[in-house]
Ligand binder design. Structure first.
Ligand code: HEC
Ligand code: HEC
Length: 331
């Protein structure tokens, strides 16, 4: 009861719960109306992995966000939901999603609670039957755990989503070779990775003008010229503003090595982007002509070694402890 029960505050995850948040990572923000508790995160973990939450009893959050690939659905371009239905977008890694000011490639959900409800109700993701789920949560498998967390037997879907969102907020990654390097372990990255890091943060490539901060994202919407015609209109779907057409959220690059294919649609006009090399190649060419393409995406004329060093730097963002952390695993 030390943490998180007072109204109106935004308690941070206690250090004991998260594998050492290094000083360069901000504390994990928890909303005032859904403060952290260890019991709630644990309830959320059970729900995250429970296929009985979907209408067919086959799909859980973890079907499309698998721990062994940093909670993405690599190497699938799009994911299969209930009845084998497929969505249009690539499943993002949801590690460090707690830091996102909004969720999804187009930013349509403001909070992780809203996001979880979206996936849970979505007809091609889980298509939840809320009556059946409420019965499950009132039943012997969940009754005690639920009461411990909410001090009440009343089961509602928004409360269940609060528990899931709490678990998702604990999925923090900050122990990659790059993090260790930032903490002063100069040998944590290879010389090639260090050269790649300098290039990544340089004016020449401008990668870090969009991929910056502790999560290597500016959390803004941009277009990087993957197509000259977009079927998926991205942020425009949310705002209806043509200046947002085919704009997508800059994704985090943490653990990016583990989550091919790349980009919102998992592809480009030239085909699937299955490797980091192909992504660097895309940026080096400067992308396709498109009205909303960001001005920073222009031909870079990098040498072979420079391209390889950028790829190696991105591999230094892989935090393997996330893949094996028992607190993140299937209960
Ligand atoms: C059928 C596959 C599928 C299932 C099941 C699923 N997701 Fe997702 N998830 C996706 C896809 C695809 C996206 C990206 C969609 C978009 O941007 O429009 C996504 C996006 C997200 C995001 C946003 C991450 C970001 O960086 O914007 C979070 C968080 C998330 N899912 C958590 C969950 C949780 C929690 C559940 C269970 C309640 C869940 N997902 C169930 C496929 C799935
Ligand atoms: C103008 C802002 C901007 C610049 C500059 C930029 N990026 Fe990106 N990056 C984005 C956006 C936005 C996306 C998602 C685009 C999409 O899905 O259509 C992205 C996607 C990516 C991805 C795929 C991540 C995933 O999970 O799918 C990688 C890898 C990447 N960028 C690396 C780089 C590198 C390396 C550079 C420099 C050579 C760079 N970016 C420069 C904004 C930018």
């Amino acid at each position: 009861m030390l943490f998180g029960c007072s109204e109106g505050t935004s308690p941070n995850v206690p250090a004991a719960q998260i594998p050492e948040l290094p000083a360069h990572m901000p504390p994990v923000p928890f909303p005032a109306d859904n403060p952290y508790s260890a019991e709630k995160a644990e309830l959320g973990r059970h729900l995250f992995y429970d296929v009985r939450l979907s209408s067919e009893g086959t799909i859980s959050c973890a079907s499309c966000h698998r721990q062994e690939v940093a909670f993405s659905d690599a190497p699938n371009q799009v994911s299969k939901g209930v009845h084998g239905a497929r969505g249009q977008r690539n499943s993002p890694m949801i590690v460090n999603a707690a830091y996102n000011p909004y969720q999804f490639w187009d930013g349509r959900a403001a909070t992780l609670e809203e996001q979880a409800m979206g996936a849970f109700m979505n007809s091609i993701e889980m298509a939840a039957d809320t009556m059946a789920v409420a019965a499950l949560l009132r039943g012997p498998d969940y009754r005690e755990r639920w009461q411990q967390v909410f001090h009440d037997t009343t089961v509602t879907m928004p409360l269940a989503m609060k528990a899931i969102a709490t678990f998702v907020r604990t999925l923090v990654s900050a122990n990659s070779p790059y993090d260790r390097y930032l903490r002063g372990e100069v040998d944590a990255m290879t010389p090639v990775q260090i050269a790649g890091m300098r290039l990544f943060f340089s004016e020449r490539t401008k990668c870090a003008s969009c991929h910056n901060g502790p999560n290597l994202t500016n959390n803004l919407f941009q277009n990087v010229g993957l197509f000259s015609h977009y079927f998926d209109t991205g942020r425009y779907r949310v705002t209806g503003d043509h200046t947002d057409e085919a704009m997508f959220k800059t994704p985090t690059l943490r653990n990016v090595e583990l989550s091919p294919p790349y980009m919102a649609g998992g592809d480009s006009e030239d085909g699937e982007l299955m490797t980091l090399e192909s992504v660097v190649e895309h940026y080096d060419k400067g992308g396709k002509p498109f009205g909303n393409k960001d001005r920073r995406v222009v031909p870079l004329r990098l040498s072979k070694d420079e391209k390889a060093s950028l790829v190696e730097f991105m591999k230094a963002l892989t935090d393997r402890s996330v893949l094996t952390n028992p607190r993140f695993a299937k209960p």
